[in-house]
Design a protein around this ligand. Sequence first.
Ligand code: GLC
Length: 441
Amino acid sequence: MGVNDDLLASAKKVLDTNDKGNYTIPAHGLYPHQWLWDSCFIAIGQRHFDVERAKIEILSLLRGQWKNGMLPHIIFTPGKKAAMHEGHWQSWLSPLSPDDVSTSGITQPPMLAEAVVRIGETLPLTERRSWYGQVWPNLLAYHEWMYRERDPHGEGLALQIHPWETGMDNTPGWMELLGEHLLPWWIRLLARLHIDGIISWFRSDTRYVPAQERLSNIEALALYDTQLRLRRKAYDTDKILDHSLFAVEDLAFNCILIRANTHLRQIALSIRKDLPEDLYKRMELAEKTLEELWDPYTEQYYSRDFITHRLLKQPSVATLLPLYAGTISEERAKLLVKMLENEHIFGTAYPIPSAPRNSTWFNPICYWQGPSWVNINWLVIDGLKRYGFDEHAAALRDSTLEMISKSDCYEYFNPMTGNGLGTKNFSWTAALAIDLLAKEK
Ligand code: GLC
């Protein structure tokens, strides 16, 4: 067996181990439930060996959809752990949460349309259309919710109310904003007295993964406190925005949304559906407004504070995701590719670091502040190809596969050494390895 056959076999084994029948958990121990964007990436891998199972993965996500169209970021697996996590979220406080499924109260990057289309690609035309028809009502309701509730001023960008919604939990821009003025007095006091160590007792993640590879205690507390604030408003976006200073138009999230919009239009065409006029206009506006996130001085894209419209100028790998959105000019795409090539920025031995090397935040082993993540690489590879940077795409695909072969299906990787970090046997790493290997043929 060749190296790639070995990798394929071990990646399939990871998906098998994490398979719960109708959905796949990200990893045992640390992540025992179904996560939204995880399942989308997982289905993109599954379609290569069992397209029916890939469809089921997606349909399982739809069972969690809220009455307003929101897709929650977690659907809980019933059991002992669920009771504790459900108690944290108490999403039953919202009349919009589903009656028979227990979920979190926020969303995650909208990868759904991408997964639907990738599954569709592997089906013959009539079956593809019937697949599209099957998921259409949910998909449309999700996009309509996004623009109705999360773009209240009609700007064309969706806002997020918690860093977990970006999927990049402790990404520098958000963390700086949280630290600036939004920490409650008791977290500030713990930090000032350097007694935040007591929090370690209550953290479950550091029971599975070395503490230095995760969020700091202060960051973890800040995320928890933000979650409590959302819970107090029963996850009602209007009420949350009335009282909160914390809402961000996240760059990565909006790039994924823009790409999802393109897929939505394509799906609509293929099954002869009309998109509601208002949604259509908002989707067009999104592509223009993305350019407002460009900073001409540092020549890169950033997330934006929803309230003040200030760009959050802490660079992260999200700056490369407009390539995936696919709507930026070739000139700007070239500037982004230059950053990817530069060894002092994103061109490490095992790219792409989640924070650039020349950032003060860069830490090669800490979660979303330095390590390379396979899902982000996958998005950038896809974007590079669509802009015609085939060689860059192939190089990134090869280094990603090499990193996984060398270290196994870890959650994230040290961008300097390729060593695995976080939890082992992580599903999206396995699924996307399968997808990248399929493209090599
Ligand atoms: C972590 C990641 C998030 C992912 C989740 C489950 O919270 O930051 O992106 O969805 O784990 O794998």
